[in-house]
Design a protein around this ligand. Structure first.
Ligand code: HEC
Ligand code: HEC
Length: 255
């Protein structure tokens, strides 16, 4: 473990240049995204290819479900969603929750992935937050939102970087690289932070999330997830744009 993180620091500069040259995020050439095809796959799957409807696990409005550990996809970020589907397809990210996403993503074409990401980016901004009281009543450990807010905004000097420094005010997202983590589902947030911490999720291009998560305690994870799962993302602050919806100006949207 220790060796690995030293190596990561040595490689930091070189890899950072590569990652931020845009190679892994910006799509080259004229990109078209068909929202109608995205909605069709989202609602009905691709029965011939054995792809189930995304809605069956992510919900009809793409808000995610705590009962399944599935994430919200609406408004999380166009480029980020394309990247995750690509990572599931090529095996650089493994679905450790329901073991479904790798097979599903392999059966989607490159164009399907763009169409789905564009559809998921087209939802109006609404809240459908985790019911923390119900999760607690079910025996799930739930953190303290006030402690989570402090960690998200300020971090813990010398130990944990402020989440906001990359993910934007209250975790509202900073496309194309940093996903929206505000109003993400609680169970999914806890799972991902745990996976970043033990490096069983390692598809962050330059190891930023693994570096942040390695010092998180269980309590930090539960606290941050409790706050983020309820964090309104429309509050102005931090000099960020009010609505950080993905910039789609380089993508031709067809319906
Ligand atoms: C059987 C349930 C199920 C179905 C069907 C399903 N998903 Fe998922 N999806 C999940 C779960 C559970 C996760 C979290 C996996 C993990 O822990 O990595 C997930 C994760 C994702 C992520 C990662 C999101 C993020 O914030 O990083 C994307 C993108 C995604 N799914 C898209 C889709 C699309 C598009 C479809 C339809 C073509 C689909 N899913 C169908 C259960 C499902
Ligand atoms: C130095 C920048 C940086 C900081 C600080 C940071 N993150 Fe991240 N985070 C990232 C990047 C980059 C990704 C996307 C990785 C990828 O491409 O899969 C990410 C992804 C995530 C995800 C996965 C989201 C999803 O939809 O699957 C979660 C959850 C997350 N971060 C939570 C946090 C929390 C909580 C903190 C503060 C304790 C934090 N991050 C601080 C860079 C950062």
């Amino acid at each position: 473990m220790r060796k690995l993180s030293n190596l990561a620091i040595v490689c930091w500069g070189a890899v950072a240049m590569l990652a931020f040259s845009g190679a892994s995020f910006a799509e080259e050439g004229a990109v078209t995204a068909n929202v109608t095809n995205g909605k069709n796959i989202y609602d009905n799957g691709k029965p011939d290819a054995g792809v189930p409807a995304c809605a069956s696990c992510h919900g009809e409005n793409a808000m995610g479900m705590d009962a399944m550990g599935s994430p919200r996809l609406a408004g999380v970020g166009y480029a980020y969603i394309v990247k995750q589907l690509t990572n599931y397809a090529d095996g650089t990210r493994n679905d450790q929750t329901m073991q479904q996403m790798n097979g599903i993503a392999k059966s989607l074409s490159v164009q399907d992935k763009r169409d789905l990401a564009a559809y998921e980016n087209s939802f109006p901004r609404v809240s459908d937050n985790s019911d923390l009281k119900a999760l607690k009543a079910d025996g799930k450990p739930v953190g303290e939102t006030s402690l989570g807010q402090a960690l998200v905004r300020y971090g813990d000097k010398g130990r944990v970087s402020a989440c906001m420094s990359c993910h934007g005010f209250n975790g509202r997202g900073a496309a194309p690289i940093y996903p929206k983590i505000a109003e993400q589902k609680y169970v999914y947030l806890v799972n991902q932070l745990t996976h970043w911490r033990d490096s069983s999720r390692a598809n962050d291009p330059i190891g930023q999330m693994r570096a942040v998560a390695k010092n998180l305690t269980d309590a930090d994870i539960n606290n941050a997830a409790a706050f983020l799962s309820q964090a309104p993302d429309s509050t102005p602050g931090n000099g960020m744009e009010l609505d950080n919806k993905s910039d789609m100006k380089n993508i031709k949207i067809v319906r």
